[in-house]
Design a protein around this ligand. Structure first.
Ligand SMILES: NC(=O)c1ccc[n+]([C@@H]2O[C@H](COP(=O)([O-])OP(=O)(O)OC[C@H]3O[C@@H](n4cnc5c(N)ncnc54)[C@H](O)[C@@H]3O)[C@@H](O)[C@H]2O)c1
Length: 251
């Protein structure tokens, strides 16, 4: 895997940044799209400010793709949480924000990239889901709904794009250290749910105890599965969700 154009959405920090760095280190031409400046800038990686809630995001992506050529891979590592909000705290406003970013943004981005991938009859799309898309209780209500909905995006697009040589898959992490998802909740969501809770608070166990391997994951552990799905050799894997969760969903 090298000399390929890779678009990484949500690459300013966390899992997306680790993915962008790994792809760059393997000789790919990487473009990061994110709503905010990167936590740590990566040499040799192009960086574009783009908010996936903005209807103009498609035009930004198309403009970049015209310059770089069709992306061989798209990684959607954008995501916001809802501070583990319960039902009564889950306002329409909170639902709108979380679904707009975690689900509708994923569709907007795929819609902008699909024509270029279809034209060359090749593409690898990887969405970052969550164990909250496989089981409930790993996030709040809005987050859990959004990650379950993302499963629908993955399976629907996998079937639709299979004849075009484009695979569409999901990597669903358990708790991952060293990312900023818990602190970078968008302002609206923060305002809607002022009290941040952790999964541990909900279950009375530490995050480490909730994962059978006895510790939480790292961005690098997630990147390994993302890279696999981005290879040409993974052509027979589509519509799948790979859980990278230390056994969380196996119990
Ligand atoms: N960290 C975890 O424990 C964990 C667990 C399971 C799933 N995930 C998922 O992994 C993905 C990456 O999260 P992370 O842990 O690296 O957190 P993160 O906060 O470090 O990364 C998320 C990125 O999305 C970007 N983003 C948020 N809203 C955006 C918008 N409107 N437009 C463009 N970019 C936007 C942020 O700026 C940030 O760079 C998310 O989808 C998250 O739900 C994370």
């Amino acid at each position: 895997m090298n000399d390929r154009v890779m678009f990484v959405f949500g690459g300013a920090s966390g899992i997306g940044a680790a993915t962008a760095e790994a792809l760059r280190d393997r000789g790919n031409r990487v473009v990061i799209f994110d709503a905010v400046d990167p936590v740590r800038s990566l040499d040799g990686v192009e960086y574009r400010i783009a908010d996936v809630r903005d209807p103009a995001v498609g035009a930004i992506i198309e403009e970049v793709a015209q310059r770089t050529g069709p992306p061989a891979g798209l990684v959607y590592a954008v995501g916001v949480m809802d501070n583990h909000a319960f039902l009564e705290e889950t306002t329409d406003e909170l639902l709108d924000v979380v679904l707009d970013i975690n689900v509708k943004g994923a569709v907007r981005v795929a819609r902008a990239v699909a024509p270029a991938m279809r034209a060359v009859r090749y593409g690898r799309i990887v969405f970052i889901g969550s164990i909250a898309g496989v089981v409930a209780g790993a996030g709040g209500l809005a987050y859990t709904i959004s990650k379950h909905a993302l499963g629908g995006v993955v399976r629907s697009l996998a079937v639709e794009m299979a004849p075009d040589g484009v695979t569409v898959n999901c990597v669903a992490p358990g708790a991952i250290s060293g990312t900023s998802i818990s602190t970078r909740v968008v302002d609206q969501a923060k305002a809607a749910v002022p009290t941040a809770r952790g999964t541990a608070d909900l279950f009375g166990q530490s995050a480490e105890q909730l994962h059978p391997v006895g510790r939480i994951g790292t961005p690098g552990a997630v990147v390994a599965s993302i890279l696999h799905l981005l290879t040409p050799e993974s052509w027979f894997v589509t519509g799948s969700t790979i859980t990278v969760d230390g056994g969380y969903t196996a119990r």
